[in-house]
Design a protein around this ligand. Structure first.
Ligand SMILES: Cc1cc2nc3c(=O)[nH]c(=O)nc-3n(C[C@H](O)[C@H](O)[C@H](O)COP(=O)(O)OP(=O)(O)OC[C@H]3O[C@@H](n4cnc5c(N)ncnc54)[C@H](O)[C@@H]3O)c2cc1C
Length: 429
């Protein structure tokens, strides 16, 4: 029997869930608050260039994304390239991210480099992460590489991404990031990252077309205000004060919304959702006449720059223009989060001109800042026990967001995988 299913959120997780459902004969309706699909992967027209609000690269281990592209007959759209990583430190760009670069780096002594190299190597080979779940990441890294090395290579990354949360991040979460990037290589010396031809839009269009052609619906500009529960069963949803009846709801919206969206959950469960912290992002994208450097990713440790790094996207995806993304991660409650976009854009231009002195004001073609309030869950030590159960005690209700696939970092592949598994759960119930 087909169920009446509402999917909340048309990010990769919601779309993947709906796609799995339509393939199995259901006709879900997706409700999306935004005026477009995609969530964090949504695209916009940047003075003639159709591009994501937030940069996206892919790793060779992103197996769920790779097989979804295959299923959608888009395998040939995934392009793999050799990319370079750099490190802006003491007013110059150093090569980074491979053993030779580490040996050449003048900021560390020989034994420090050895310790750093051993840490990076063993972290990317490690498989068992459960013992890292309860450890704090800073202490874990310092134990391997020492405080001095940590301060040069990692401290600014932690502090400018997590601010007051930076001493409270799970080592398992950091390990998963190191392993994802560390294993995406042609060989030990060459990094291998991927992009989708046409960007995430290629995937979003294919999913949207498949869902709608198989009978699903996607309603944009449709923020759901409440999920209605009666006798521990789903009754429906409320949208613009109207009620629509459903027997199943899959919510993929960021979990900080849950306490308001589903207030009839038990107090204990609401408390669990409310205990998960998130940080926001203001991501500046710049179109520029000259390339900043030859790196795709430039880590930054500079007391005059309040950013952890800079992503020169056109060094991954060949484009007619040079495109640079600069993320400012900030807790939503931080006073800087409410600064106007222009402040972030001005800073980015200043930082770029400091990094590459041949660039001046006239070289900037366009700039835009995009915001996402709940861009990254804070996965604290012991996070595994903090994730609310998928069984919320309400028949027909499933709730998840990017924190559910901890220790993996938020990613398209992981959201696709989780979305599929939510749909399968509904299909098997
Ligand atoms: C700066 C940045 C860089 C990133 N880089 C990469 C990368 O390089 N590679 C990679 O794989 N991933 C990357 N990601 C992560 C990736 O974008 C996410 O993992 C993925 O988009 C998450 O998808 P999702 O569907 O789980 O959640 P989301 O994308 O958050 O989707 C949730 C959706 O719910 C909607 N919504 C919210 N409230 C309501 C409501 N009340 N009613 C209806 N709809 C609602 C939202 O509008 C949104 O569309 C990056 C993210 C950011 C922010």
């Amino acid at each position: 029997m087909t169920k009446k299913i509402a999917v909340l959120g048309a990010g990769p997780m919601g779309l993947a869930a709906a796609y799995e459902l339509v393939k199995n004969g259901h006709k879900p309706i997706i409700f999306e608050a935004d005026d477009r699909v995609g969530g964090m992967t949504a695209c916009f027209n940047f003075s003639g260039t159709e591009i994501e609000r937030f940069y996206h690269f892919h790793c060779t281990g992103d197996s769920e994304l790779i097989s979804l592209l295959d299923e959608l007959q888009l395998s040939s759209e995934m392009k793999w390239r050799e990319t370079k990583m750099g490190f802006w430190y003491e007013d110059e760009i150093h090569e980074w991210g491979n053993p030779i670069a580490l040996l050449k780096f003048r900021g560390l002594g020989f034994f420090d480099k050895l310790r750093y190299g051993i840490f990076a190597f063993f972290s990317s080979k490690r498989k068992n992460w459960k013992s890292l779940d309860k450890l704090d990441a800073k202490s874990w890294i310092k134990k391997w590489v020492g405080t001095e090395v940590f301060n040069i290579t990692w401290r600014s990354l932690f502090e400018l991404k997590f601010y007051h949360y930076s001493s409270n991040i799970s080592a398992a979460w950091i390990w998963a990031r190191i392993r994802r990037l560390g294993t995406s290589r042609f060989n030990i010396f060459k990094e291998k990252l991927g992009y989708i031809e046409g960007g995430s839009k290629t995937l979003l269009n294919a999913l949207t077309n498949s869902i709608t052609s198989l009978g699903g619906q996607i309603r944009l500009n449709s923020p759901v205000s409440k999920v209605l529960i009666e006798n521990e069963k789903i009754l429906g949803i409320e949208i613009e004060s109207e009620v629509e009846f459903f027997d199943t709801v899959i919510s993929t919206v960021p979990t900080p919304f849950v306490s308001k969206l589903i207030p009839d959950l038990s107090k204990k469960i609401i408390k669990q959702f409310s205990a998960i912290n998130n940080i926001g992002v203001i991501c500046v994208i710049i179109k520029i006449k000259k390339s900043v450097s030859s790196n795709f990713w430039l880590n930054i440790n500079d007391p005059d720059m309040d950013i952890p790094g800079l992503v020169e996207y056109s060094n991954l995806m060949p484009m007619n223009e040079n495109i640079v993304y600069v993320p400012f991660y900030l807790p939503g409650e931080h006073p800087k989060f409410s600064d106007p976009d222009e402040i972030f854009i001005t800073k980015v231009k200043k930082y770029i001109m400091k990094i590459n002195k041949s660039i001046n004001e006239e070289d900037f073609i366009d700039a835009k800042a995009s915001r996402y309030r709940f861009a990254q869950p804070i996965c604290e030590p012991g996070f595994l026990e903090k994730i609310p159960s998928l069984d919320l005690g309400v028949k027909g209700l499933l709730v998840a967001d990017t924190c559910y696939y901890y220790p993996e970092d938020r990613g398209i592949s992981e959201s696709v995988n989780f979305g599929k598994s939510l749909a399968k759960k509904i299909l098997h119930d």
